[in-house]
Design a binder for this molecule. Structure first.
Ligand SMILES: C[S@@+](CC[C@H](N)C(=O)[O-])C[C@H]1O[C@@H](n2cnc3c(N)ncnc32)[C@H](O)[C@@H]1O
Length: 407
């Protein structure tokens, strides 16, 4: 029988599958099929997220091998979430919750424990209470985009619904970047970022989360690139002032209280991924205003906005990406400027800061400053307008603005 499915190129299969899981749109009664580089994922078409509407089609797909699903036993599809071998319910009616838990355990779903949400996510550590309906173990290993995360849901925050969001952000990380994850949890941003070649500092207030993060870094072979720190990020940030090229701020209810810390961590050109929960018609405005006000010493541009998910009736979880750039002046020594015209300048290097940013050590010359025109004093030419001072002929000092200019 032809069943509704989403057809995507094989390399996009895992991304599509994750967003279908998050939207509760996967039709688990059928097998996934692959043919000629296209993967066919069975779905409930009504639940398919907008981004995959164009990929909707129909195809003959085999039933899963005589597997009994909870729906088979309940005659209705229960709303469940899976985290490793734990099944999570969100049922207000405890009798109904028990019935679903029993069906889950009697089905062929690989599951050791069934939990029901017993409180909202609360407190500084962002954890919740659970009712244990079946099994006893609250620690599990959850897989997300090829990474394994061991965690205990009773002790730490973790939401499998953020898988796509984390993927979108971490795919932007470049080799060699300095990434600071201010609210790292068990590492689902930090570990993929490190795997892409970034040096990562990952901080969390929750001791248990940091212990899991360290274990997860080892598990995923990135321990050498992740420095995990337990504590309040406001106390820890001084050590990394001016260090970060990218900052993740995934503490949506109170991220604005930590903006000053983020700005302290930011280097001269830094992207901040700022999460917020808003209920206004212009959901990005409060965050953007707060960022602009706090980062007044930078040129701020907003490079992306995303509605991550609906958080509660009338409330949205959103992300704002803000790029902070600072016009920086470095003192440079110019050797033998006389014979230089347009050419590469291997002899040009930053020496020390100008005193405007005390304590800042020298950085490599940014790529965009590699070639530019120099004044040749012997020819009595005028200095290029961007050269503020230039004197002497052998070893000269000059000031170059390093950003916001075309050389
Ligand atoms: C919403 S969770 C996000 C965890 C992780 N980024 C993820 O996606 O799973 C926020 C985390 O921030 C941590 N946290 C809260 N206040 C903090 C603070 N002042 N300094 C550092 N971490 C903090 C909590 O312990 C929690 O693990």
């Amino acid at each position: 029988m032809a069943v509704p499915c989403v057809a995507v190129p094989r390399e996009r299969g895992e991304t599509a599958r994750q967003s279908l899981i998050e939207a509760d749109a996967l039709a688990e009664a059928y097998e996934i099929d692959v043919e000629n580089g296209t993967i066919y994922i069975p779905v409930d078409p009504a639940a398919v997220p907008e981004g995959l509407h164009d990929a909707l089609t129909e195809r003959e797909l085999p039933h899963r091998n005589q597997q009994t699903t909870p729906a088979d036993l309940l005659d209705t599809e229960p709303s469940i979430e899976r985290l490793g071998d734990i099944v999570i319910l969100d049922e207000d009616d405890l009798d109904q919750a028990r019935k679903i838990a029993q069906a889950v355990m009697d089905s062929d779903l690989p599951c050791e424990t069934v939990l029901n949400r017993a409180s909202p996510i609360e407190g500084e550590l962002r954890v919740r209470e659970w009712d244990i309906l079946a099994g006893s173990e609250t620690e599990t290993v959850h897989r997300e985009y090829g990474y394994g995360y061991v965690l205990d849901v009773a002790d730490v925050f973790f939401s499998p619904r953020l898988a796509t969001e984390r993927r979108i952000v971490t795919e932007r990380v470049q080799q060699g970047e300095h990434v600071f994850d201010m609210f790292a949890g068990v590492g689902p941003f930090a570990i993929p970022a490190a795997d892409r070649g970034a040096d990562v500092v990952a901080c969390d207030l929750n001791e248990r989360a940091i212990a899991y993060l360290e274990e997860n870094a080892r598990r995923n072979d990135v321990a050498g690139r992740v420095e995990a720190r337990q504590g309040d990020v406001r106390d820890i940030s001084a050590e990394w002032a001016g260090w970060a090229d990218r900052i993740v701020m995934n503490l949506p209810h109170s991220a604005d209280e930590f903006l000053e810390t983020a700005v302290r961590l930011a280097g001269d050109d830094c992207t901040i991924h700022y999460y917020d929960i808003t209920d206004t018609a212009a959901p990005f405005t409060p965050g953007e205003t707060a960022i602009e006000e706090t980062a007044a010493e930078y040129t701020v541009s907003f490079t992306d906005q995303r509605m991550v998910r609906s958080y509660a009736p009338g409330q949205q979880n959103i992300r704002i990406d803000a790029r902070l750039q600072r016009d920086t002046w470095l003192t440079m020594i110019v050797r033998n400027p006389i014979r230089w015209g347009h050419q590469r300048l291997p002899e040009l290097w930053p020496t020390h800061d100008t005193g405007r940013f005390p304590g800042r050590s020298c950085r490599p010359v940014p790529a965009r400053c590699k070639t530019f025109r120099l004044w040749e004093p012997s020819a009595h030419r005028r200095p290029s307008p961007s050269v503020t001072t230039l004197s002497g002929s052998k070893h000269s000092e000059c000031l170059f603005p390093l950003s916001g200019k075309t050389w």
